[in-house]
Design a protein around this ligand. Structure first.
Ligand SMILES: [Mg+2]
Length: 121
């Protein structure tokens, strides 16, 4: 079973994402900010991370930088979730280490296609 870490400060979004991912047969874990996510990755790296951008404590961008510095033997794939669709903004995220992005709110089909693009679904 593939593992997905859902990182979002919104409990509602985590719940929605968890539900979708479980129907796609992922083992789901959750983190409420980048710091929690980093700790979770260091303890046991997931196959893929669904990453919110705006979060307290540690943002999605800072998390990506920290993940890169952590130098995990196998880096998880990262799909970042955004409400903004500016290309400069998306490019910055990809440069920081994200593999793909998905616009919020997302549905099952959209998320599944993004997970296929990064090679985990
Ligand atoms: Mg947020």
């Amino acid at each position: 079973m593939k593992t997905c870490l859902v990182v979002d400060d919104s409990k509602v979004i985590r719940k929605v994402a968890r539900h979708i991912l479980e129907t796609l047969e992922f083992d789901v874990r959750e983190a409420a900010d980048g710091r929690e996510a980093l700790d979770a990755c260091l303890a046991d790296a997931p196959d893929v991370i669904l990453l919110d951008w705006n979060m307290p404590v540690m943002s999605g961008m800072d998390f990506l930088r920290a993940l890169k510095e952590a130098g995990l033997p196998q880096r998880p794939k990262v799909v970042f979730c955004t409400t903004e669709n500016g290309m400069a903004y998306i490019r910055a995220a990809i440069e920081a280490g994200a593999d793909e992005y998905v616009m919020k709110p997302f549905d099952r089909e959209t998320l599944e296609s993004k997970l296929q693009i990064v090679g985990v679904a």
